[in-house]
Design a protein around this ligand. Structure first.
Ligand SMILES: C[S@@+](CC[C@H](N)C(=O)[O-])C[C@H]1O[C@@H](n2cnc3c(N)ncnc32)[C@H](O)[C@@H]1O
Length: 283
């Protein structure tokens, strides 16, 4: 019978041969899941003796990761974001580090305040729930067109004790009418239809199309969010948008057309403009 260390070695070798760059850590995480033990324990006690079922389950997960290229976050059903553990499944987008930059900037901007927030396309709830760790008295609304995504968002809000401050509504931004917000934040789907096919297979075959598909030019939902924000943002309220790489110029035009003025832009780790913060012009 193989020891945990031997399993880790054969699992990570298989992942490496199948071009998984994070092969070592992935094998550790998968073994940790199968054994129901923290990763640290597995690393320290290298001669644990998993039983037959555990070994079989481990290799099944290794195959899902190595051959099918299923993202590790979906196999583990969780993803860390803003130092919180979010429950996720294939019905929601896996929260991304770029989105943490959006959250970080909002936290700095509204420091010491408790804005009334609308999160459009909440998915796992990662944006509004993370913001509410910092804005401890804020209330808000999180909407998503996907009922299945909202189940995860509600679960995450319960786990993080923010459920009493967030109303979750299954709605498209187009059909949403509500009170005035201090902050509207959105990481909308922004991949253009032609680009959907070129996505990495771990994204293309696993992440929900509703969370990726931004229509022919990638800007369908962004347009809707900007247009509606013009109606439901308070005077001096802020619209914080995450956008795709290379979309800045076009989104900037849409903002102008809808009477928004850009306050500041945020670049990602690769120096691309990925977030636009804007306010409404009042004449
Ligand atoms: C890119 S994901 C973002 C999820 C999450 N906010 C995050 O940052 O990880 C976009 C989300 O918008 C939702 N969505 C797509 N079209 C929408 C619409 N018209 N109105 C509201 N939500 C929409 C999708 O279901 C998906 O959950």
């Amino acid at each position: 019978m193989k020891t945990s260390n031997e399993l880790l070695k054969s699992g990570s070798d298989f992942l490496r041969e199948n071009n998984i760059k994070s092969n070592i850590i992935d094998a550790e995480l998968l073994l940790s899941k199968v054994l129901g033990q923290p990763r640290e324990k597995i690393l320290v006690e290298s001669d644990l003796k998993p039983n037959q079922t555990q070994i079989k389950n481990f290799y099944n997960l290794i195959l899902r990761r190595g051959l099918s290229k299923e993202p590790i976050a979906y196999i583990l059903n969780k993803k860390e974001f803003w130092s919180l553990n979010f429950s996720i499944g294939r019905e929601v987008l896996i929260p991304r580090p770029e989105t943490e930059i959006l959250v970080e900037t909002i936290v700095k901007y509204f420091k010491g305040k408790n804005p009334f927030v609308l999160d459009v396309g909440t998915g796992s709830g990662c944006i509004i729930i993370s913001l509410f760790q910092e804005f401890t008295k804020s209330k808000g609304i999180a909407i998503d067109i996907s009922q299945k995504a909202l189940k995860f968002a509600k679960l995450n809000a319960k786990t993080s004790n923010t459920i009493n401050r967030i109303r979750f509504i299954n709605s498209s931004i187009c059909d949403f009418h509500n009170s005035k917000f201090d902050l509207i934040v959105s990481n909308p789907p922004y991949i253009s239809r032609p680009d959907l096919n070129d996505l990495d297979e771990s994204i293309k075959y696993f992440e929900p199309k509703l969370a990726l598909d931004g229509g022919n030019d990638g800007l369908d939902v962004i347009r809707k969010v900007i247009y509606k924000s013009g109606k439901i943002l308070k005077i001096n309220g802020m619209l914080a948008l995450e956008i795709g790489n290379g979309q800045y110029k076009k989104v900037s035009q849409i903002l102008k057309l809808n009477k928004f003025r850009e306050k500041f832009l945020i670049k990602d780790y690769k120096n691309n403009i990925r977030c636009i913060f804007s306010v409404l012009n009042h004449y």
